[in-house]
Design a protein around this ligand. Sequence first.
Ligand SMILES: Cc1cc2nc3c(=O)[nH]c(=O)nc-3n(C[C@H](O)[C@H](O)[C@H](O)COP(=O)(O)OP(=O)(O)OC[C@H]3O[C@@H](n4cnc5c(N)ncnc54)[C@H](O)[C@@H]3O)c2cc1C
Length: 489
Amino acid sequence: MTTPNSPRRIAIIGGGITGLSAALRLSDIARERQLAIDVTLLDYSDRLGGVLKTERIGEYLVEHAADMWITNKPEGVRLCERLGLAERLIQTDAKFRRSFVLRNGTPYAVPEGFQLMVPEQAWPMLRSPLLSWRGKLRMLSEFFVTARRDGADESLSDFVCRRFGREAFERLVQPLVGGIYTADPEKLSLKATLPRFIDMERTHGSLIRAALAERRSRKTKETGTSGARYGLFVSLPNGLQELMTALIEQVKPNTKIRLQTAVQSVHRNELGRFVVTSSSANSSSSSETSREEFDAVVLAVPAFVASRLVRDDQQSLADELSRIEYASTVVVASGHKLSDIQHPLNAFGMVIPHIERRKILAVSFTSRKFPGRAPDGHVLLRTFVGGALQSELNDLNDNGIMEIVRDELHDILGVRWNPDFAVALRHTRAMPQYHVGHLDVVSRVEEKLSSCQGLALAGSYLRGVGIPDSIGSGECAAERVLSQVVSEF
Ligand SMILES: Cc1cc2nc3c(=O)[nH]c(=O)nc-3n(C[C@H](O)[C@H](O)[C@H](O)COP(=O)(O)OP(=O)(O)OC[C@H]3O[C@@H](n4cnc5c(N)ncnc54)[C@H](O)[C@@H]3O)c2cc1C
């Protein structure tokens, strides 16, 4: 029972970086404006952090999921500043800032100046063995391809084949861009993932022309890099866990945290309050369900979970949420003596075009990105298997996955399989897929949500898949529910 003066009760469901960012924002605003709120965070797992986890295995520092984030979106760095971690941010090692792409079984460096899909420099592209002469000429002829200016959404593959030709798509863009989203590029929405390329086409008529104009006007130019702009990425010396530990420490004093609590549904009662029904996710305790009332709820869980939770109350919202698909992947982290590997691993990693018909998607040479993550003379690798294009491989057991990784690493990089350790880290339905039309789905979700005061959705399935997007999404959700249920806000 609440009285007009009792604190507003807010539930956050999901204790990954999104839910924790929401919790921190709630407590920061409550402190600044002296608002009376009472926040409870519920998570299914026995630990906070969601997919983000860093583990020490011997002298190796192993990230289970993300190992760095981009700084051209400010939310990640801003959170570190808030947590007193700004001075501890580390950049990627400039020595190895490049990546390889496999062609006919051999890894070749991405040509210098090639940024995701645009060759900013002709000469390195012309010299690269990654494309045939025909493919190179077709790619560079993008300069003259008629522009489409209607701004309509299209798939990554349609866009790139139209502008740069099929070979550039299959050999470069599919592994480099599709890999970031572990996605099927025939379905991946360009508008939802890389809208700046649509803008470049519309405003300059050609992406190469736009890139050249941008390059001329760019004051500080990063040289000697290719693939992704690696200078824009950061991490912390003890990995992502350092961020999560600091975040959890700040959140704890002002938030009631309930772990091993599986939320089953969220619905409104006749008084307009939210009833959260949950049960213990701890197998050793009884599975009694409990019901608690809240004035507002932030759902910081994957779309398919949010859909299930609101289905009884908000069927059309649930239907839209269930349209957002997810892909799975298995990451095999393994530590090796450098002397057991023939390849010099002088890069951040290697991506593998689907057309190569391999059973692995990519290999991150993780300890090359951030030194100190493997003992001297050793290297930490993270090999990605499965994803949207080879989803059947996610179903293999650990032995099956290890065999694939062992054989592929041996074949491609000359790895003698005698690792210091090797673990298979599973991420089942962990990567939201932004299919063509994704932004329309999100708009409809937001429209349906607008009539549901006190309920907010947050997470990487909405308007950005990375860590800064997740943080920003959690913070916005916190502000939304406060503005809707606290009159003094
Ligand atoms: C393999 C992998 C690699 C990645 N690499 C990068 C990278 O290098 N850089 C980058 O920026 N991003 C990367 N990402 C993306 C980034 O990690 C995510 O966007 C972000 O961590 C998502 O956080 P979240 O809190 O929204 O979701 P999650 O971390 O999934 O958290 C959701 C939480 O909800 C809880 N939950 C679920 N159901 C219920 C329920 N019914 N009741 C209660 N609790 C529930 C779960 O236990 C979990 O704790 C990567 C992701 C993956 C999977």
